[in-house]
Write a protein that binds this ligand. Structure first.
Ligand SMILES: [Zn+2]
Length: 477
């Protein structure tokens, strides 16, 4: 066990916070529920942001920025929306030395301010679609907070699109769901289930909320991203209409979608171990650390020169660091980079120079290899790709080994406690049975799957009424 990190098996929650501290990702701020994201944590967010931003742009979206303050009357215009968000709102009532005429809500999400603006932008079918994303911070006054997973202020992206037809808006919602799934699988190395939320779990003001759900190492679910089909709800609230090709006036169809700094919490909880953070290579700010190992100072210059020669041409191709600090011993350095989750460590000592080799160590498995100095960069790049794939595969094997079909309610209630996991169960669709799940097990219906994979006839695990599909049930973050 690494110094200062509680074992996962002892206390998973404590372990999570210890990993964040050990990797120097974030800390609590003077304001309760808010966090300071430190350079190591922010670099991770930047990589997440960069990749997602590329994916949004490849699918035709552009970025814009809307204000932090929303007139209180805007928030109140959509009935479900205000109902869902009112307990979490932070409201400014005082500004410029006096009471404001109308209180300003600090955005918990931006549908209302954006749709009040779209009302001015949209007149004709020629103005559609609008495909806008915003990178921003939002505030939700959470009572129980946890670094990255739930904070009063957090960073996110929120897409807000406007369409002429329902079909086009639904296609957009599903397109983004697929972007989130691909990002999770290919970058976070996180296998996810995709599906639609029940009415009780839906975004406030949405017709349908789609989501991706991943399994953490404690077998709980984490919702990584949501994509909402909003129908005409916000267009009606803000009177956003357009003239179609036949000159008829129609309401505009909307979507919104987002992922947040929560993804960093997911990354930590899925992949890290008792020695600290483990980062999927494609998101690692530093992919390789190269450490010279000398016994006496006379060797240090020779080793540093050799590393400079070996890493020639690496700049611009791969992000790497050479840790040649004199004041620390190799063991200390190994430990430090291990805690921070750098995917590959390279070591070079005088013996290695004699043997024309380098020591290459994987962060994810701890495996140590002696490799030739020839073609080192290619070896490193290949290993990074292997680590990325292996991390995904391990997470997939873990999830599948802890995901079950269950048809008996009492057995379900026992098994959700021990051993825990994801359970596919039959549900009749009634809110009463959904409530019984939650009350009796603290688990929730995470999603109703799309497609055919879980479509089968059965009977509701709670009431015995007919069911035509299994739904995914788990405890969650
Ligand atoms: Zn039922």
């Amino acid at each position: 066990m690494a110094k200062g990190i509680t074992k996962r098996s002892e206390d998973y929650s404590k372990w999570y916070l210890d990993v964040i501290a050990a990797a120097d990702l974030a800390e609590h701020s003077a304001v309760r529920g808010c966090m300071v994201i430190k350079p190591n944590g922010y670099a991770l967010w930047e990589n997440i942001q960069r990749q997602l931003d590329n994916m949004f742009k490849e699918t035709g979206h552009e970025n814009a920025y809307f204000p932090l303050f929303i007139p209180e009357s805007f928030i109140k215009k959509e009935a479900q929306h205000i109902k869902g968000f009112s307990p979490e709102l932070a409201v400014v009532t005082y500004g410029g030395g006096k009471q404001l005429e109308e209180p300003l809500v600090i955005r918990p999400t931006s549908e209302t301010i954006i749709w009040s603006t779209y009302a001015k932008w949209i007149q004709s079918y020629r103005d559609l679609p609008i495909l806008i994303n915003q990178w921003a911070n939002v505030v939700r006054w959470e009572m129980r907070t946890r670094l990255f997973l739930r904070t009063a202020e957090f960073l996110w992206q929120e897409g807000h699109t406007a369409h002429a037809t329902e079909q086009e808006a639904i296609e957009e919602t599903l397109l983004i769901l697929d972007v989130y799934r691909r990002f999770a699988e290919e970058y976070l190395a996180a296998p996810v289930f995709t599906g639609v939320k029940t009415a009780a779990e839906r975004f406030a003001g949405a017709i349908d909320t789609y989501c991706i759900e991943a399994m953490m190492q404690d077998k709980k679910a984490l919702q990584g991203g949501t994509s909402h089909y909003l129908g005409e709800n916000f267009a009606r609230a803000f009177d956003v209409t357009f003239q179609d090709e036949n000159g008829e006036n129609k309401y505009v169809f909307a979507t919104s979608w987002g992922v947040s700094t929560r993804l960093i919490g997911a990354l930590i909880m899925m992949h890290s171990d008792d020695n600290g953070l483990v980062i999927p290579p494609r998101l690692a700010p530093t992919k390789v650390v190269f450490i010279p190992i000398w016994r006496d100072d006379s060797q240090s210059d020779m080793l540093k020169a050799k590393i400079t020669a070996l890493t020639e041409g690496w700049k611009g191709r791969i992000s790497f660091k050479v840790d040649d600090r004199d004041q620390y011993r190799p063991g200390y350095k190994f430990n430090e980079w291990e805690k921070k989750g750098v995917p590959i460590r390279l070591e070079l000592g005088p013996k290695d120079i004699e043997n024309n080799q380098v020591v290459m160590v994987r962060r994810d498995t701890g495996e140590k290899m002696f490799v030739s100095q020839e073609g080192l960069l290619e070896r490193v790049e290949n290993l990074l790709a292997t680590i990325q794939q292996d991390m995904f595969n391990r997470a997939l094997v873990f999830r599948d080994a802890n995901t079950y079909d269950e048809d008996n309610f009492e057995a379900f209630r026992n098994r959700i406690e021990d051993p825990g996991g994801f359970f596919w169960v039959h549900w009749c669709g009634s809110p009463a049975c959904e409530t019984r799940f939650q009350d009796s097990s603290k688990a929730t219906i995470r999603l109703i799957p799309m497609g055919e994979s879980k479509k089968e006839d059965g009977s509701c695990i709670v009431c015995g009424q007919p069911s035509h599909t299994r739904v995914l049930v788990a405890k969650s973050y």
